[in-house]
Design a protein around this ligand. Structure first.
Ligand SMILES: [Zn+2]
Length: 327
């Protein structure tokens, strides 16, 4: 009896040791806003998150302000080559149990999909009729490679999202049941001076979506950057249009944390916790994923369930995914 007890104890102990040695898979995360781009080592600067805590006074006779700030103790390192980027991205996706919706360079997207099967959903964006014809766009969507239309960013081209020159593209997405992500709101400090002279802050107003939504009642859109900082219009638009979601990309790591939390808290407080998607606007800094996830994890005004909605459940619902494939 004593021996048998000893054996049972040994089995229990070794069972516990085995259970401890197998790391638990983290709960799944979906990042709905990732840019797939070729790395240009000359432009891939390191970056200090939440750098827009002061908007420096500038003068047009001086060199323009830089897009990011590198002046902090531990800036996020930029990847210096496509290979370094891909290795870091794949490792991060596996470790964090993360799936991404990514837009940009077609070859990079193909490489990422191959390197991380099942973790990359490809999107194709259009921002003006000069990008490609409606026919070429429809053919691309019909190929099956692209499952999302994004990032659509007419604001940078000086166009409203409801401009009729874009209507054929939205009609194609609506017909093919493809979700659409549209850039509305912030584009970074001094964007109109830096690289995008056609950018207009006023063309990021969420109300500008009302006409295109009315013309395409079956189209499912999400407002990228949550229309920051036009919160009242964003809330009014979502109140009037039950299928519109938002993502938190870009401002989640660039504006001061108190400002991000105030915006996010108000969206949740207004009742839209089920329509907020987690997204980063990832470009070249592999550690940006953890930095951005940390902001959600540290939001003490959100319950565990509300965090899970933002990080995963809302994206599953919005993109009509099969949750069982993402355990
Ligand atoms: Zn954007």
């Amino acid at each position: 009896m004593k021996n048998r007890l000893l054996l049972v104890t040994c089995l229990l102990v070794s069972g516990a040791a085995v259970a401890q040695s197998v790391p638990r898979k983290p709960l799944p995360i979906i990042d709905v806003h990732v840019h797939a781009m070729k790395v240009n080592p000359n432009f891939a600067a390191d970056m200090c998150p939440w750098f827009l805590k002061d908007m420096p006074g500038s003068d047009p006779n001086q060199p323009p302000p830089s897009f990011v700030n590198t002046d902090c103790v531990a800036p996020l390192k930029a990847a210096k080559s496509d290979a370094e980027m891909q290795t870091a991205l794949v490792e991060t996706m596996q470790r964090l149990n993360m799936t991404i919706i990514a837009y940009g360079d077609a070859q990079i997207l193909r490489n990422w999909k191959k390197a991380a099967p099942g973790r990359v959903i490809a999107g194709i964006g259009i921002s003006s009729p000069n990008d490609m014809s409606v026919k070429a766009f429809t053919d691309s969507l019909s190929s099956g490679f692209y499952e999302v239309m994004g990032e659509v960013a007419p604001q940078y081209q000086g166009l409203s999202p409801s401009d009729m020159s874009l209507d054929g593209y939205f009609a194609a997405a609506e017909k093919l049941n493809i979700p659409v992500g549209i850039h509305m709101g912030t584009g970074g400090n001094g964007m109109a001076n830096l690289t995008q002279p056609k950018y207009r802050a006023s063309l990021g107003r969420p109300f500008l979506l009302e006409d295109v939504l009315a013309r395409h009642p079956k189209m499912k859109i999400w407002v990228m950057h949550a229309g920051y900082p036009m919160l009242d219009e964003m809330i009014a638009l979502m109140g009037a249009n039950a299928y519109v979601y938002v993502d938190l990309a870009g401002f989640i790591w660039s504006y001061p944390q108190a400002e991000i939390h105030a915006y996010l808290k108000r969206l949740v407080q207004a009742g839209f916790g089920k329509r907020i998607l987690y997204g980063t606007d990832f470009m070249v800094w592999p550690k940006l994923f953890e930095t951005s996830i940390g902001l959600i994890e540290n939001a003490d005004y959100l319950s565990f369930d509300q965090k899970r909605d933002i990080l995963f459940n809302n994206a599953v619902r919005f993109f009509r995914l099969d949750a069982s494939k993402y355990k």
